[in-house]
Design a protein around this ligand. Sequence first.
Ligand code: SF4
Length: 104
Amino acid sequence: MPYVITEACVDVMDRSCLLQCPVDCIHEGVRMLYIDPGACIDCAACEPSCPQGAIHLDEAIPANLTKYVSVNAEFFGSDEFGPADPRTGCPAGDHPVVAGLAAR
Ligand code: SF4
């Protein structure tokens, strides 16, 4: 039951959540942040810190944002989104769903 970052983060990337996460499982793409579902401990510390309201528990995510459950998971599960950042081991790009969104 990980937490999930959704579309309201795109092109905003406030980053307040990064300061709250005790296990450093939130990583930066180019246009939004992503939560690693395999590392999230469901502590909920990040959710209220987001001024955009972009973070939701996967089981309580609004129906129009359910695709972001897989968007977050796939960001960490594949190397198709760009070369890994040597510091974090995560892709440096964005998930195609995010990369394809119109600029905000
Ligand atoms: Fe990190 Fe807790 Fe948010 Fe999961 S719920 S991303 S562990 S702050």
